[in-house]
Design a protein around this ligand. Structure first.
Ligand code: ADP
Ligand code: MG
Ligand code: ZN
Length: 602
């Protein structure tokens, strides 16, 4: 309201200034007595003239006399100037020279006007910013924390909205309970952790959990993202941290939640080009503030990160974020529960079985599942159906794994054949190996960047991989390339991703899992994960040239053995390979059961 009222005020001011600036133009124009030049000369020499204005385009002089009357004389400017030169004017006379035409006067005044307008504009903007609805963008507010105080009355998220994270919820429930009835804990002499760190891969529901705590706790909840502390100006972050804790102390008991804390909490003195002053100052301030509030003071810090490895160790020591809760990728039951949560407001067809879907989506995070349900809803609308069916859910899941189908992409016959044999090579090899997961679907319809895909799904979620399983996985990955070589006689770039993955597994087996007989149970650290900026890039290799050479040899040995194995299997089962590939060329897509049937009969 205030802003709007100000507008006319400023417009008026501007107009007034302009009028005032052009005012002198009109003086002396009214009611002037006309005198001839001789009279003017007389008055001049008698020192009767108080002021004069020369308007040389009109060849006239005007002004006032000492007795107050205004006068006007017509005289060519040359003559006038000659006269003035010959008869020096007395110092009391006020002289004004007006430039020729009025339009030029405006031009002359234009820069001044613009200048005035600019100043008025500046004042206007500045006023608006420093007042503007308590916004955070004013210069004055730079050092204030950007924490949002979550309004307890807004739509609440409760623990019920977070599915399948029972252990995590149980731990956090204790903290909520402390905030609700601190006396119980204090009487028992218990020390409630000051800081809780939620660790887990992206999309597993860390932010959601924190919001659920705020919904459950019924105390003020300050929420801020780590990156909000990081500013261009050194010192701003630190002062924001300070401000945040000031606010928190005033509102205790309360919760402070710092999302993506790795943005501020990275190890000091690390990264490319040494430390980052601003970030280090911010982190130091955070550490100081965390030490500054006592135990059981009613402030609990919760932070979330998916990169605990880059956090500064000082953050993790007792008395700071000493309680760590790992929020993992959900298991099958967890997925089913999350599916249920996200299908609450969606019309599902009666045939939909969420447990089958849960089985079909290993490795999906909560965010993936949310995305899956949304995709399936969109698909259903696109297909003009009333209810979301199993078909749409399956398609959505495949989309999330492999990208959308590209039926329109024109694939020439040679490429289709190559893809059909490549994919069949994968499935035949996998199906012949004892430990491999059952085949779920094979397709040669292009999807995402891939020309085709083979999808196998585990019977159960697994948490460990044995050496024989890993070896088999490499064989399965190479099956595609081997089939190309065997049938087409040439090899293609389509296998590049398979080869990359196979090599990756072999490298990990040798370097991380200690699975090489020659090199023994030693972790050499593949190092590839650590090129993230949080760590020193020039991290020195902890093994000799000679060992490096041996590592390479071992990796090659694993890959070569797998290749030979795949070649043997496919050569021995050539008829099966042909049968599956030819069927694929006809049908484009085979389900697990169809595949098994062809495999068994050929
Ligand atoms: P993170 O912070 O761990 O990266 P989020 O908390 O932002 O992940 O989760 C992203 C979205 O995924 C949430 O908004 C929610 O819709 C969904 N989600 C994740 N985990 C769960 C879960 N356990 N239960 C229900 N929904 C979940
Ligand atoms: Mg998050
Ligand atoms: Zn492949």
């Amino acid at each position: 309201m205030k802003k709007i009222k100000n507008v006319p005020f400023w417009v008026l001011t501007t107009v007034f200034v302009i009028i005032a600036a052009t005012m002198p133009l009109n003086t002396g124009k009214n009611k002037a007595t006309i005198i001839n030049f001789n009279q003017f000369q007389n008055d001049w020499t008698n020192n009767d003239i108080k002021s004069f204005v020369v308007q040389d385009d009109e060849m006239s002089v005007s002004g006032t006399l000492k007795n107050g009357t205004t006068y006007n004389t017509v005289v060519p400017s040359v003559r006038l100037f000659q006269f003035i030169q010959d008869h020096p004017k007395s110092p009391t006379i006020v002289e004004t020279y007006v430039k020729p035409s009025t339009s030029l006067i405006w031009l002359e005044l234009l820069p001044n006007l613009l200048f005035i307008l600019m100043i008025v504009g500046f004042v206007f903007i500045f006023k608006k910013q420093s007042k503007g609805g308590g916004g955070n963008n004013g210069l004055m507010k730079l050092g204030k924390s950007k924490a949002k105080l979550v309004d307890p009355n807004q739509k609440k998220i409760s623990f019920d909205d977070v599915a399948g994270a029972d252990e995590e919820k149980a731990e956090l429930a204790e903290i909520v309970d402390f905030l609700k009835q601190p006396k119980r804990y204090v009487d028992m002499g218990a020390r409630i952790p000051k800081g809780v760190l939620l660790i887990g891969p992206p999309g597993t529901g860390k932010t959601l959990l924190a919001r659920a705590i705020s919904g459950e706790a019924g105390v003020p909840f300050f929420s801020i993202s780590g990156s909000d502390f990081v500013e261009m100006f050194v010192g701003v972050g630190a002062s924001r941290v300070h401000d945040l804790f000031e606010q928190a102390k005033k509102n205790s008991p309360c919760i402070i939640f710092i999302d993506e804390i790795d943005a501020v909490g990275r190890q000091r003195g690390a990264g490319v080009g040494g430390g980052n002053d601003e970030r280090e100052q911010t982190l130091n301030q955070l550490l100081v503030e965390m030490d500054g509030f006592g135990e059981n003071e009613g402030i609990i810090m919760i932070a979330a990160t998916n990169r605990p490895d880059v956090l500064d160790p000082a953050l993790l020591r007792p008395g700071r974020f000493d309680r760590q809760i790992f929020v993992g990728v959900p298991d099958r039951n967890g997925r089913e529960e999350i599916l249920a949560v996200h299908s609450k407001n969606k019309p599902l067809a009666p045939e939909v079985d969420l447990s089958i879907l849960a089985k079909r989506t290993p490795g999906f995070t909560g965010a993936d599942i949310e995305n899956l349900m949304n995709e399936s809803a969109l698909l259903t609308v696109r297909r003009d159906k009333r209810l979301i069916g199993m078909d749409e859910l399956e398609e959505a899941a495949t989309r999330i794994m492999a990208g959308p189908e590209k039926k329109s992409r024109v694939v020439n016959e040679d490429d289709r054949r190559l893809t059909a044999y490549h994919e069949s090579g994968h499935v035949i090899v996998m199906n012949l190996l004892p430990n491999s997961d059952p085949v779920h679907q094979i397709s040669i319809v292009p999807r995402g960047r891939a020309g085709g895909y083979t999808m196998s799904l585990p019977e159960e979620d697994k948490s460990y991989m044995s050496r024989s399983r890993l070896e088999e996985e490499i064989v399965g990955l190479l099956g595609g390339r081997v089939a190309e070589k065997l049938v087409i006689g040439d090899i293609s770039t389509g296998a590049s991703n398979d080869i990359e993955r196979a090599t990756g597994i072999a490298r990990k087996m040798v370097m991380d899992y200690g699975m090489s007989d020659t090199l023994g149970t030693i972790a050499f650290g593949s190092g590839s994960d650590e090129v993230f900026l949080g760590r020193d890039i020039g991290k020195d290799r902890k093994y000799s040239e000679e060992t490096a050479h041996k590592i390479d040899q071992e990796i090659k040995k694993l890959i070569d053995a797998a290749y030979t194995k795949a070649l043997t299997l496919l050569t021995e089962n050539r008829s099966k390979l042909n049968a599956v590939a030819e069927e694929l060329l006809i049908k484009e897509k085979l389900e697990g059961v169809e595949f098994k049937e062809i495999f068994a009969r050929s």
